[in-house]
Design a protein around this ligand. Structure first.
Ligand SMILES: O=c1nc[nH]c2c1ncn2[C@H]1C[C@H](O)[C@@H](COP(=O)(O)OP(=O)(O)OP(=O)(O)O)O1
Ligand SMILES: [Mg+2]
Length: 200
């Protein structure tokens, strides 16, 4: 039996990863853009609230269960920035290239020690069965790494070319997709979410 679920995202990189992650679970992911769902506002200060807003928006528009992801990269040296503002870090129009440039310049201007380049990805996932679901399933994942000034790799999306996994010696953009999908914040959160969902 396949479970139809609207993936409440317009990010092509996330949609690609969710397709790969959900297929083996027997879920049938439908991109919200293909169903005419308009983009949700995400003005909140927490990943959780933004993910809830996205999931509820997709449920309301489609009448189907929805899975939303609000995610970002956090740098302790920068007080946790860009965090929930990761997608808009360098302002409008949104651009991964300009976001990466701003992030690396901000860290390089302040960094004194190697550990100042530490960073982690965060993903909060929300699964809602319907727009009035009183008990959405919520899960989070964290993936620790270190920023590198020189981008490397063609895979992934967003900040991946600058996100090094020190123990692998590769950036997230250099990992084969299957490996990123075993290790990432998004993959960890999805594993937790599916376990919490149980047979519901
Ligand atoms: O695995 C990742 N690899 C690289 N970058 C990543 C990753 N995961 C999140 N990120 C970055 C991209 C974006 O700058 C922000 C997410 O922002 P976020 O609002 O959740 O997504 P979005 O606006 O791109 O699409 P949408 O809201 O339609 O799902 O964090
Ligand atoms: Mg967004």
């Amino acid at each position: 039996m396949s479970r139809r679920v609207v993936v409440a995202s317009n990010n092509a990189g996330k949609l690609r990863e969710f397709s790969a992650l959900l297929a083996p679970l027997g879920w049938q992911p439908l991109a919200q853009g293909e169903l005419g769902v308009s983009e949700a506002e995400e003005p909140w200060p927490t990943f959780l609230e933004n993910a809830l807003a996205k999931a509820r928006n997709a449920c309301a528009a489609t009448g189907l269960p929805a899975l939303a992801d609000d995610s970002g990269i956090s740098v302790p040296l920068l007080g946790g920035a860009p965090g929930v503002l990761s997608a808009r870090y360098a302002g409008e129009p949104r651009s991964d290239a300009r976001n990466n440039e701003k992030l690396i310049a901000s860290v390089a201007a302040r960094a004194r020690a190697e550990s100042d380049w530490d960073a982690f990805y965060v993903a909060v996932l929300v699964f809602m069965r319907s727009v009035d679901d009183p008990l959405p399933i919520i899960a989070q994942g964290i993936w620790r790494g270190r920023l590198v000034a020189a981008p490397a790799g063609e895979g992934g999306f967003g900040y991946d070319p600058h996100f090094l996994l020190p123990e692998l010696g590769l950036t997230a953009a250099q990992l084969p997709a299957e490996q990123k999908n075993r290790l990432s914040h998004r993959a960890q959160a999805l594993t937790t979410l599916v376990a919490a969902l149980g047979g519901v």
